[in-house]
Ligand binder design. Structure first.
Ligand SMILES: Cc1cc2nc3c(=O)[nH]c(=O)nc-3n(C[C@H](O)[C@H](O)[C@H](O)COP(=O)(O)OP(=O)(O)OC[C@H]3O[C@@H](n4cnc5c(N)ncnc54)[C@H](O)[C@@H]3O)c2cc1C
Length: 423
């Protein structure tokens, strides 16, 4: 690596950005990865942090540590606020320095997505979502605190509201979270309280659509729905949430008192489209060309949840596999360009299948036209999730924790961490 080597700036150390950085390790380029958080998070297991199975450090790794052996790569903790495509600069706020311009020869934007409240941003105060480690930890504190408050609550109605957990949105996150809470109250917490019975907690999953896990086949959706009911989850389909406030939710004509409402309904992309002034789809994702660059800028790649690309007439889904395959593609395209090799053929996503877990011992799997549900699918789910964690230490630690929780019903991290002020 020399100072004259082209500089590739990657914004985002999630699934897409990290996959790109790994390929560029051996390329004759310098790489700078900028992320506003110092860690890479394995988002598919966030729900297990929120429900106390795993500790935050078991599903996340410092990006600096993951890339320490890449001699051509530097990492910067900073929040990107814009791109000056004409000057080939990204604009970054880092520590107390605002608007630093960092030049690039190639840019990969992999800034992911955030929650979307579909125009009802006022819901955010009362119905947090689950996207980051901080969200998961705060949900864990909130759920565990609800039981503590219920234990000392003498008013029946207030106690019931404390022990009612509502998930809005029956996609994979809503289904996984609702089923995990249902399992937690009926196993781990069951004998821990003296005045309340955690297994009498209500877990409610609401969706406007007519089936949970809409991306799966109807048969698998139905299998998931039946399993949720078996776990004691109240599944309410075809119902739109009218309002959410500090006392609960209103669905149709009914008010459901609840002190824990969790938004699992929608995601919105990062503002990368605004930074680039480039065309976006209806959701706000940057429309990329078949080589993942934007028009007139063969040096700018946009990948993962923040990009929009159609394949077979349908937009690619916002899942980790798409982000990783696009990260590898963008990095290879740059590698070829700097080494003057012929360009890659257009990007094609290879769908390895879809998985969602529904409580203990049960998952649904859809791959290569085949659908499967039950224990075997759950084993596949567990193996794949272990395999895709970022480091061996995490794989080992999560595996041991899962075996322990499976056998004993006990969870890894049931701490309510709050910052008390000294009296
Ligand atoms: C709860 C949950 C469960 C999921 N479960 C699954 C699953 O089971 N299977 C599956 O395939 N997918 C799942 N997904 C989706 C999957 O996690 C995403 O599709 C994937 O993370 C997208 O990768 P990405 O690289 O585009 O973005 P991300 O992985 O989200 O990474 C974006 C990175 O960019 C950084 N960033 C964002 N904005 C800025 C900025 N302005 N400046 C600097 N850095 C910035 C962020 O800190 C982050 O590190 C799940 C998502 C969630 C939230």
């Amino acid at each position: 690596m020399t100072k004259q080597d082209p500089l590739v700036v990657i914004v985002g150390g999630g699934f897409g950005g990290l996959a790109a950085a790994r390929v560029l390790r051996r390329a004759p380029v310098r790489v700078l990865l900028i992320d506003r958080s110092n860690h890479h998070v394995f988002q598919p297991l966030l729900y297990q942090v929120a429900t106390s199975v795993l500790a935050p450090g078991q599903i996340a790794s410092p990006i600096r540590g993951l890339l320490a052996s890449h001699e051509n790569t530097s990492v910067m903790l900073g929040n990107v606020t814009g791109v000056d495509a004409a000057l080939r600069q990204v604009i970054v706020d880092a520590d107390d320095r605002v608007g630093i311009g960092i030049g690039y020869d190639y840019l990969i934007l992999a800034t992911g997505a955030t929650h979307s409240y579909f125009g009802h941003d006022e819901f955010a105060t009362f119905a947090p979502g689950l996207k980051s480690l901080a969200d998961a930890e705060s949900l864990r504190n909130h759920i565990l605190s609800a039981f503590e408050k219920a234990e000392i609550e003498s008013d029946d109605h207030r106690r019931e509201a404390l022990m009612t957990f509502v998930m809005v949105g029956a996609g994979p996150t809503g289904v996984e979270l609702a089923s995990a809470i249902a399992v937690m109250v009926r196993t781990t917490l069951r004998k821990n309280f003296r005045r309340i019975h955690p297994n009498s907690a209500r877990v409610i999953l609401i969706d406007m659509g007519h089936r949970p896990l809409g991306a799966f086949s109807e048969k698998l959706s139905e299998a998931a729905r039946l399993r949720l009911i078996e776990l004691g989850v109240d599944v309410r389909l075809g119902q739109a949430v009218q309002s959410i406030d500090a006392e609960g939710v209103v669905v149709g004509q009914e008010r459901i008192p609840s002190k824990t409402v969790i938004w699992t309904a929608g995601v919105a992309p990062s503002p990368a489209g605004k930074w680039l002034g480039s065309a976006v789809d209806r959701a706000g994702r940057v429309r990329v060309q078949s080589d993942l660059t934007i028009p007139q800028h063969p040096e700018i790649f946009v990948i993962g949840d923040t990009a929009s690309l159609d394949q077979g007439g349908r937009p690619l889904p916002g899942v980790a596999q798409v982000a990783m395959q696009q990260g590898v593609y963008a990095a290879k395209a740059i590698f070829r360009h700097v080494t003057k090799k012929p360009a890659l053929p257009p990007f094609r996503y290879f769908d390895k299948g879809n998985l969602a877990v529904v409580g203990k011992n049960f998952a649904v799997l859809q791959a290569a036209g085949i659908g499967m549900s039950g224990f075997a699918a759950w084993l596949v789910w567990a193996l794949i999730h272990i395999q895709f964690l970022a480091e061996n230490s995490l794989r080992f630690s999560v595996f041991l924790q899962w075996v322990w929780t499976y056998l004993s019903g006990k969870r890894g991290d049931r701490l309510i961490i709050e910052h008390h002020r000294d009296a």
